[in-house]
Design a protein around this ligand. Structure first.
Ligand code: XMP
Length: 507
């Protein structure tokens, strides 16, 4: 393994972002929780970052890093809780602040610091703390302060120990990326890690782990499961079976595209055409949650039938990526929509272990890995698509005719958006079939046809979203083509609602 920066995780919300900021500097980075000093030594990191976390370092049960890390002779950066942990362990004092700081906060640098090389003297940072460092350990100096936090940063440059109370990993810290770049330099990293190294390393590790074992993967055609499958195929070839269930609710030509993409790889690709089966289960069903449940359950039944034929496997592959890890870790409150992901199918398959080769990556990193693995661009840059597919983009009962209508309208809309070059600014965009008919006039005759709704949203996290302000000419061209080319549609509406109160999908 080439050089690596180790992130010791103390439970903060932004911890995986830290790894990403390091990887953006072409340095490999891993996030670990609760490592012993022996394990840390074995990883032989070039530097260590202590993350934020919800605890107080002076609490009885405070979770602190092993004290020996400060004798490893590697640079250490403490962030928020990590900064306070460094202060506490090395003899400084941490107490509740009279005034906590939350959100954007002005910071001013003091003196010169290698960590802040080329960083503006005054800038905005992101703060989120109730405790603060009151006195710094011996041989440390204060290198930044804010109005309510006199020790916003401290360091002992002789030992390469650095600490910041603010969160440089969050985009709101304007100079955050420079701070990570500087820390990477302090660690002496050569910046020679590339996504190709991740791919090569993962293939090697998967091969070692799996050996001659049998592996099963449920392919949805989405980016994550496709990249996971190809990674596995590189590692174990024909010991991998990928099952692709076409529920008939995919976008136009999508099933054929997925099949074509996987033809080029060494694996057992099993495609199940289950469209009829799904449609018959959905007949007469109009309630959104019921539709979602039926599609989710039927998916499992189809997969189960195939799995039975394959028999026992050693490993089940899941395309879990880091944001899924965060979401499942936080626990859910009210169920707004019961999400169905084709990855989550382990209960009925006889297997020993789950492999999740992408669990440390963010979406754009997964796309990058997919490109490295030679997956076609149309698959790699695919926008998110819900497990229940077009089933939840057809309001009311799902029929074969309606699926064809929404597929055709959606294909036209996507094509127009792509041709206009506006797709890069959109997080998700699609057509949905409203269950509403209205009167129109075509030729000299009256029509009574469906209305298509077009949606395009911009979002960072899909929890909240803005309706995109699409150029009018793109919308009108798409609308014009849809009413002319798609039989059964005589009206096109644009959805300009934000989430909340609407959701991104219609059901
Ligand atoms: P909503 O409609 O809840 O969607 O605002 C947020 C994001 O989640 C996607 N979505 C799903 N993804 N299984 C999935 O894998 C599902 O059942 C599902 N439902 C919604 C949706 O496309 C959007 O990106």
């Amino acid at each position: 393994m080439s050089e690596m920066i180790l992130v010791l995780d103390f439970g903060g919300q932004y911890n995986q972002l830290i790894a990403r900021r390091v990887r953006e500097n072409n340095v490999y980075c891993e996030v670990h929780t609760g490592l012993s000093i022996e394990k840390i030594r074995a990883l032989n990191p070039s530097g260590i970052i202590l993350t934020g976390g919800p605890q107080s370092v002076y609490a009885d049960n405070a979770f602190l890093p092993p004290i020996e890390i400060f004798s490893l002779n590697v640079p250490i950066l403490g962030i928020c809780y990590g900064a306070q942990a460094m202060a506490k362990i090395l003899g400084g004092e941490v107490k509740p602040a009279q005034t906590g700081e939350y959100g954007k906060t002005d910071v001013e640098l003091i003196g010169t610091s290698k960590l802040f090389a080329n960083v503006e003297k005054k800038s905005v940072t992101w703060m989120s703390h109730t405790d603060r460092i009151f006195s710094v350990p011996e041989s440390f100096s204060v290198t930044a302060s804010t109005k309510n936090c006199p020790v916003a940063a401290m360091e002992n440059p002789a030992k390469n120990f650095y600490a910041v109370q603010f969160h440089p990993e969050v985009v709101h810290t304007v100079e955050g990326k420079k701070i990570f770049a500087n820390f990477v330099d302090i660690c002496g990293c050569k910046r020679n890690w590339r996504m190709s190294s991740f791919v090569a390393e993962s293939v090697k590790n998967l091969r070692e782990k799996i050996g001659g074992g049998k592996v099963l993967c449920a392919l949805s055609g989405g980016v994550d499961s496709s990249v996971a499958a190809v990674l596995l195929s590189k590692a174990v070839g024909k010991n991998l079976t990928c099952v692709f269930v076409d529920h008939g609710l995919l976008r136009k030509n999508e099933a054929a595209e997925v099949e074509a993409a996987f033809k080029n790889y060494d694996l057992n690709f099993v495609k199940i055409d289950a469209g009829e089966r799904f449609l018959s289960k959905l007949r007469g069903v109009t309630e959104p949650e019921r539709k979602r449940k039926i599609i989710g359950e039927e998916f499992i039944r189809v997969f189960e039938d195939v799995a039975k034929k394959i028999g026992a496997v050693d490993y089940l592959v899941q395309g879990t990526i880091y944001p899924d890890v965060i979401e499942s870790g936080l626990g859910k409150s009210a169920v707004i929509k019961s999400h169905h992901n084709v990855g989550g199918l382990p209960d009925f398959v006889d297997f020993k272990e789950i492999v999740e080769p992408l669990r440390l990556l963010f979406k754009d990193e997964v796309r990058q890995a997919g490109r490295e693995l030679g997956l076609p661009e149309n698959l790699v840059s695919r926008q998110p698509f819900p497990g229940p597919g077009l089933g939840i983009r057809i309001i009311g009962e799902v029929t074969a005719d309606k699926v064809a209508i929404v597929q055709d309208a959606d294909a036209i809309y996507r094509e127009e958006i792509f041709k206009a070059g506006v797709d890069k600014n959109l997080s998700q965009y699609f057509a949905a079939l409203t269950n509403m008919r209205s009167v129109g006039v075509m030729g000299d005759g009256r029509t009574y046809d469906f209305a298509i709704a077009l949606r395009a949203v911009q979002t960072d996290d899909f929890m909240t979203a803005e309706a995109a302000q699409l150029p009018w000419d793109v919308l009108s061209r798409a609308a014009n083509r849809i009413v002319n080319e798609v039989k059964g549609v005589n009206r096109v509406l644009y959805d300009c609602t934000t989430k909340p109160p609407a959701t991104i999908e219609f059901e």
